[in-house]
Design a protein around this ligand. Structure first.
Ligand code: 6GU
Length: 267
């Protein structure tokens, strides 16, 4: 932070194949994760591993271009607690991810506004806030029923309609699993019955940490593939399809996020 004068009020975390958002920033100051002391490395193809400061349509922002996942083997506390230290000055956090569609009304290429999550690893004790609580950041037992800011969801829906994205803009519940293996058919059916509209391997641990320290959170899932729910299906989930769909819709997703950024009030 000593190396840049930019003091962003908005943090953005870019999902798989969606790192192009960071390239929209003007007057960039870039830090590679490998040059930041004690910072984990991003090991996944499609994740660059850079922290990019700059302005998006004149608004100071910082982008994590490349994130950390449970399946990379870092202790969840380590990867997600980097967030407050890095994003301390931000009031708003916007996250994107690539996800598999469980809701049968969803199509590949849909953009889903996250209205809630199911933290499956959390059920098994894998919560980013487990361990000693640092009261400087937030309370021991943070509320999650308001994790996804309703005003920001409403604003994004309005922006999406204005941009003509109504046909592929959805809202729904995101379920996180630890990965890296994709789900079995039985698991997809189970998640769908439990109320999940999309499934992925990220975002939720970051949201929990951000809410713990009082940020306002908004998150988008790009439905990059349909989760396989049927034993007769020949479909197979794969990372290349995820990256490919990311490329096809990335421009619209970037426009949605950058327009939203210009509408966020700084209060
Ligand atoms: Cl189908 N599953 C999971 N766990 N993550 C994904 C995905 C599916 N598609 C994109 N990311």
């Amino acid at each position: 932070m000593a190396q840049t004068d930019i003091r962003p009020r908005i943090g953005i975390v870019c999902g798989s194949g969606l790192g192009g958002l960071a390239n929209l920033l003007k007057d960039q100051v870039v830090f590679n994760y490998r040059d930041i002391p004690n910072f984990p490395q991003s090991t996944v193809h499609g994740h660059a591993g850079r922290l990019v400061f700059g302005t998006l349509k004149g608004r100071p922002c910082v982008c994590m271009q490349g994130r950390f996942h449970l399946y990379e083997g870092y202790p969840i506390q380590k990867v997600s607690r980097k967030m407050p230290s890095m994003l301390y000055h931000q009031r708003h956090l916007i996250l994107t991810n690539a996800a598999g569609g469980l809701n049968q009304d969803f199509k590949v290429g849909d953009i889903m506004i996250m209205k809630d999550h199911i933290n499956m690893p959390g059920f098994a004790g894998n919560n980013p806030l487990s361990g000693p609580n640092d009261e400087r950041f937030g309370t021991r037992f943070p509320c999650m029923s308001d994790a996804y800011d309703r005003e920001l969801q409403q604003l994004a829906m309005e922006v999406g309609q204005e941009l003509g994205y109504g046909d592929f803009l959805r809202e729904g519940v995101y379920c996180v699993l630890s990965g890296p293996s994709f789900e079995t058919i039985a698991e997809c059916r189970m998640l769908h019955r439990l109320g999940a509209d999309a499934v992925g391997m990220s975002t939720v641990h970051e949201v929990i940490v951000a809410r713990h320290c009082g940020m306002r959170v908004f998150a988008l899932s790009l439905i990059t593939n349909q989760a396989v729910m049927d034993y007769d299906s020949e479909e197979k989930a794969n990372h290349e399809e995820v990256l490919q769909t990311g490329k096809q819709r990335s421009e619209q997703l970037e426009r949605l996020v950058s327009t939203l950024v210009t509408r966020i009030e700084h209060n």
